[in-house]
Design a protein around this ligand. Structure first.
Ligand SMILES: *Cc1c(COP(=O)(O)O)cnc(C)c1O
Length: 447
């Protein structure tokens, strides 16, 4: 096979894959090549790394096992119930899906929920399909302030043909500038205001925004992809309670479940538009193994969410303070650094977020580059910030003293400029005792 003239993917990595496959003598060897790569990741990321990616969570043994369960091979499209389905034979699938819906309602203390979204991206698509028409004006948060592409021109919002006006932002407070919003919003009368933040440190004025936009019938959509677990665990603002019309979440972020979308609302008038946007627009067979795993994750959240999320927040505050003490600039200091799972550092003077993240990865410390308020959206490839999250380290049973040790490792690389390889063995050794997961029915709370 020849090299393709143009690939969106790294051509070198694709070429390596072709070479691996070309060297195989049989399909069985090709199969083994795939299994080996998966195993390498499991050993490295699963056992030897300190994973500080904010949008990532390890799942309990039961949730992981359910992802390979028999039910995942079954086709089930449509709404729950024998008449609404296309296929016969779904009586137990209906049971599982109904349990999932009711568990989501309990976890989020809301009247309606849907379980069929394969990711939160589809939740955003459903929201823009159900609550807006092409050409409508909406207001969403710009990327350097933490906004996510799904709510901008390059994501579902743009794809739906919406006109996007920026939500005014106070970069120092890391929150909506509500005074400016009160002046600006009536000028454009947005059909929808979306609060969708991938960089999220503090609560937002949901109630105040709703009060402003309801004058012209505008709605509020809280894209809680990152905060869903914190919301369910009662450790963050409760957007639906504060007047948001719609809440979405990624189950694979703070919620600690399978990678999956969730969508919740209270207004019965939204049920038809939202569910019709999901089926038949965005989901047909919707992976019932994922639904079963999501249901168990919701039960775990109901049982352990409060303690799990409270420790996540304590850990991120401890990590932020410890990094700050070592000379790394952490955002939000005057407000206690963070009220979520996230810690945001400004590493512009240390070569920027891309270089910092790759340096740290050589020491098995996994983080990601992030745009900061002073960056331009076009700086996405080499932004100033570094984003860290405490979901995984918390679920592995780590507490505040371990955050101090992690900050030590990060400081050695970014401040003392030690070669990452010089601390690699120490990081692996530090991670070694933390192999079991807590805040789940198998292992309960950490000691
Ligand atoms: C991660 C994220 C999404 C996309 O979620 P997936 O579950 O990965 O599809 C949407 N919105 C925001 C704000 C996010 O951070």
């Amino acid at each position: 096979m020849t090299d393709n003239a143009f690939e969106v993917h790294d051509p070198l990595i694709l070429k390596n894959a072709r070479q691996v496959l070309d060297a195989c003598q049989s399909g069985a060897e090709m199969r083994q090549a795939v299994l080996d790569a998966v195993q390498r990741n499991e050993t490295w990321r699963g056992q030897q790394c300190v994973n500080l990616l904010a949008p990532e969570a390890p799942t309990s043994p039961t949730v992981r096992a359910l992802l390979s369960s028999e039910i995942g091979t079954r086709a089930a499209e449509g709404n729950i119930g024998s008449v609404q389905r296309w296929f016969a034979g779904t009586k137990y699938i209906d049971e599982v899906e109904a349990l999932c819906v009711e568990l989501l309602k309990q976890a989020f203390r809301c009247r309606y929920a849907d379980h069929r979204l394969m990711g939160s991206m589809l939740g955003n698509m459903a929201a823009y399909h159900a609550l807006a028409q092409p050409g409508d004006v909406i207001m969403t948060v710009a990327q350097p302030y933490g906004g996510h592409s799904s709510n901008r021109y390059d994501g579902p919002a743009g794809f739906r043909g919406l006109k996007i006006v920026d939500v005014p932002w106070d970069a120092h407070e890391m929150a909506v500038d509500i005074d400016l919003f009160r002046k600006m919003a009536p000028l454009v009368k947005p059909r929808l205001v979306t609060l969708g933040l991938s960089m999220t440190l503090f609560p937002q004025p949901v109630r105040e925004i709703k009060e402003v936009v309801q004058e012209w019938g505008g709605k509020v959509f809280f894209d809680g992809a990152h905060q869903a677990g914190l919301i369910a665990g009662g450790q963050f603002q409760d957007p639906l309670q504060e007047g948001a019309d719609l809440l979405t979440g990624s189950a694979g972020k703070t919620f600690g479940g399978p990678q999956s979308g969730m969508i919740m609302w209270n207004d019965p008038e939204l049920t038809v538009p939202i569910t019709q946007a999901i089926f038949p627009v965005l989901a047909a067979t919707h992976q019932v193994n994922r639904v079963a795993a999501l249901a168990v994750a919701a039960a775990e959240m109901i049982a352990f969410g409060k303690e799990f999320m409270a420790q996540i927040v304590r850990n991120s505050q401890a990590l932020a303070a410890a990094l700050d003490r070592r000379g790394i600039a952490v955002l939000g200091k005057h407000k206690g650094y963070t009220t979520t799972h996230q810690v945001i550092a400004d590493v512009k003077t240390m070569g920027g977020g891309l270089d910092a993240a790759h340096l740290l990865a050589r020491a098995n410390l996994i983080t990601n580059k992030n745009l900061l308020p002073n960056d331009q959206p076009a700086d996405w490839d080499r932004p100033s910030g570094l984003r860290m999250g405490t979901i995984e380290v918390t679920r592995l049973g780590m507490k505040e003293p371990q955050m101090e040790q992690i900050a030590d490792f990060i400081g050695k690389v970014l401040i003392d400029k030690q070669p990452p390889e010089s601390i690699l063995e120490d990081v692996i050794e530090f991670r070694q005792p933390y192999q079991a997961l807590y805040y789940c029915f198998e292992n309960g709370l950490p000691g």
